[in-house]
Design a protein around this ligand. Structure first.
Ligand code: ADP
Ligand code: MG
Length: 225
């Protein structure tokens, strides 16, 4: 429809823009964070001054979350296009998310069985996987659990299944996934799933969400090849 093509055009512009700012933004955030931490150690601070610093640190954290939900892998686009089978990307992202999983008593299981290749933007796919893995882990924050990632090939489709046994979602919550700024987390950005839907949309993929409150969630992404 006209609306959805307009929307995906906007998302394209958005991802081009984000490509150019990601690294530029991360550095000053890190530096500012460092100086505020130092300042926070001063023994002459009043209670009020300390509160201001805490707020500033929280807001910085929020900005940092936006960068990591949306811009982490962003780089100039065309050179990121590859023809491959997702093995490298799923594995790489699993490896970089594992310390975060360990921090939250989450065990990561990974299985890859497929050989189909297709054309995709490596960085966008990595970012998209990060966002999904991260959400899965965050859904299990309280009790720990298992994040299971499975990539397989089914009748000319690549199927990526990402399953957690975390808090789950209601039907209404599932419907709101991908709406910009929809988040139920204290420091959430509500940009992660927007990025996921936009990326999968670009490769003509589909996302199926099965979720049950208190039981967990399974994202099944199928991409035609
Ligand atoms: P954020 O993670 O910053 O909140 P996202 O766009 O990544 O933003 O996710 C939006 C919301 O969708 C989350 O706040 C959460 O409520 C819900 N959500 C996403 N993935 C899961 C999941 N695996 N389990 C439970 N809820 C989820
Ligand atoms: Mg998220």
């Amino acid at each position: 429809t006209r609306n959805s093509s307009l929307q995906s055009e906007r998302l394209n512009v958005l991802s081009d823009l984000s490509a150019s700012v990601s690294h530029e933004i991360r550095n000053p955030l890190t530096v500012t964070n460092g100086f505020l931490q130092l300042l926070n150690k001063s023994e002459t601070l009043t209670v009020e001054e300390k509160t201001y610093i805490e707020y500033a640190l929280l807001e910085l954290k929020r900005a940092e979350n936006i960068v990591s939900d949306f811009l982490a892998f962003a780089k100039p686009q065309s050179e990121n296009m590859i023809y491959s089978n997702l093995k490298e990307e799923t594995e790489y992202v699993k490896n970089i998310i594992t310390p975060y999983a360990n921090m939250h008593q989450v065990d990561v299981q990974y299985a890859f069985q497929n050989s189909l290749s297709f054309k995709y933007d490596k960085n966008q796919i990595q970012q998209c996987l990060i966002n999904l893995y991260k959400n899965g882990i965050e859904a299990m924050k309280e009790k720990g659990g298992v994040l299971s990632i499975e990539v397989s090939e089914q009748q000319k489709e690549i199927v990526i299944k990402i399953e957690d046994n975390g808090i789950g979602m209601t039907k209404e919550e599932v419907l709101r996934l991908g709406n910009p700024y929809y988040s139920t987390k204290k420091e959430g950005t509500g940009l992660g799933m927007l990025m996921v839907y936009s990326t999968i949309n670009k490769v003509n993929g589909k996302i199926q969400v099965d979720s049950e409150m208190g039981r967990g969630t399974t994202f099944t992404i199928s991409i035609p090849v």
